[in-house]
Design a protein around this ligand. Sequence first.
Ligand code: ATP
Length: 747
Amino acid sequence: MTKSELEREREYVSGLYARLDELQDLATMQLGQVRRQDVGGNHQSRSERDAFARIYEDRIVQLREVNERLAFGRIELEATASDDVDGDVHRYIGRIGLRDADLKPVLLDWRVPQASAFYQATAANPLGTRARRHLISAGRNITRIEDEVFDAELLGEAGLELQGEGALLAALTAERTGRMSDIVATIQAEQDRIIRSDLKGILVVQGGPGTGKTAVALHRAAYLLYSHRERLRNSGVLIVGPSRSFLQYIEAVLPSLGETGVVLASVGQLFPGIDAATEDAPAVAVVKGSAAMAELIARAVKSRQRVPAAAQELEVNGDRLTLDPQLISNAMHRALQSRKPYNEARVVFVKNALAQLTRQWADQLRSQGNSVDESDHSMLREDLRSSMDVRVALNTAWLPLTPEKLVQDLYARPQWLAELTPGWTDEKRALLRRGRDAPFTVSDIPLLDEAAELLGEYDVVNAAEKREAKQQRRRDIENAERAIENMDVAGQVNAEDLADGFAEGMAKGTTAERAAADRRWTYGHIVVDEAQELSPMQWRLLLRRCPLRSFTIVGDIAQAASASASSDWQSALRTLIGSSEQGERWRLEELTVNYRTPSQISAAAERMAITHGLAVTPSTAVRESKWPIRVTESLLDAVRHDRAISTEGTLAVIAPAGEVRNVFAQLRTEFADHIGLGSHGLTRSIAVLSPQDAKGLEFDSVVIVDPRGVVSESERGAGALYVAMTRPTQRLTLVTDGDLPKGVLEA
Ligand SMILES: Nc1ncnc2c1ncn2[C@@H]1O[C@H](COP(=O)(O)OP(=O)(O)OP(=O)(O)O)[C@@H](O)[C@H]1O
């Protein structure tokens, strides 16, 4: 039976590829036509043509991306459920949807509601299906099929009910490449429910290491972009991860699902223009991350508006004027009434102060017997504006400020910090102290953003340009709508996409490009990975980026390594959810199956974590390893032994952060071309990393150097070791010249 069935599937799938090729040829032809169009010298028509060309180019790339594993599954419907599909009982599921020349659907996109049964159906609840089939392929060829028949009698004993077990295990044991790949063919039912969960509100996904949280978060982003395309196309989706190396690890997943329009950012990249990767010492990060910093920044901004204590003498064009503190105070009052942010309110302040000074000067001139009428006022105002004395006086009262300068001053001027923080101890203040030239750290990013929010646009001219750019964007969309009508391609091309390509004014680029560059952008949805690490200040920043509070938050409280991390979601998310209980403003889902780590290794990691008092979420590993955990005294022996088993696949050597360079130096001579340090190692077969760098990543094999050192290195050292121990998909080696941390070995 299998042979002829396999043949049948090969035939069907090769029909799908033929259709894919046809569509690709069609898009290529359309691209050629557009390029050949003579549009004359008119700029608008040229940019229209280029924008159309870009859309066809994107379409061609998208069709090319899905070339591998185009179709990966089939469900067989019960006769009644199949009535709506012309009596056809089979539905094929793939990475994109395809229709034949008569517009009959021949392949369903995995994200459409009808495809959900492929992931959700079980023997106990078959959801209108009779059977599910996985199509396993190499290149364009189907090599194997795997059937599940939903018949109660065929169901084995109760236990883990894995969907498409053979296909899943093949995916899980495959050698790792250093890049995460999509799991679209083998998404499990508990994962699918989360992926398709409602866009609205805050969804928190808790799960132990390797339970697929990252995979689920990325597939959810692809799902939301597909099913809420209209809404999310304009607002965009932001995906936040812990580090650059993590982003590098996940960056290929969404393009392979045909989605390119998301913004990926590490927590150090959330303030446009700065890319911070340096971490502060834990005690410093705790202070900078606490919500009290928001009040401090607000006080700091306020303290830069100062009414002088005494009157000042000003010289303007040879005349002497007295600047009364009351005049400054009046102008400030007016400016504050405008409720604009600091720099923008300053414009009101300066205008008002100059108007008052102009009147004062005119009165003074008149009292000296000069004739001054209204038409002279503007000249006087200009003289005042360009007078050095006036500028100094007004700037002293209200200095234009950038967020960078405000934060640098806060750290570099101990006297000022002390004035602003009367309740703090000297030791606490000393934690913030540093030179003005020191680069910004990851924990400075939310402080800069907080300051920017209160300061507003530094460059008010620039702000006007941005407003103009927004209007230009509206005009571009209107033009795009007209062009679509003229070219008779309604339904194939979207006006927003077309306008993306018009590239006029500042609003150029795709939604994602514009969003990433704009601090004030508000996203339609935000996905946060390794969310247990975020500080209240980081949550404040993210909330500003999505005031509608549509979030997918994934993480594992037990893996928290940062000193400011909380021990439960309710308190970790306080900034986002206030004091609301679960179910009110946020919902919690849990993932319980460990797809990454073999059972021997995950058992040891869990035992160690529990012994050290971490609140681990127990999970069930889906497979065992051929290799027992190995313990050795020699680093070189550990790496050589592992490479002797296999030089293919990836190895991470994880050491206490303070030891990483030393470990790298010891290994470099022998493994020169194959080894890299930190994120540079992720493209090599051996990477030397700290536990922090290894967060969220996975490797075929892991060597942990000095596990006790990892535990004792920081306050949350046991969490760091738990992270390190749960990175391998195959083998774990521990290098120690003494005892292992408690719990690693069975009692
Ligand atoms: N349904 C699935 N099919 C195939 N592979 C899967 C599936 N679910 C998860 N995996 C694989 O399991 C591994 C672990 O997944 P992932 O990195 O998303 O876990 P995680 O919960 O984010 O882990 P951690 O908390 O340790 O970072 C990945 O290689 C992922 O591709």
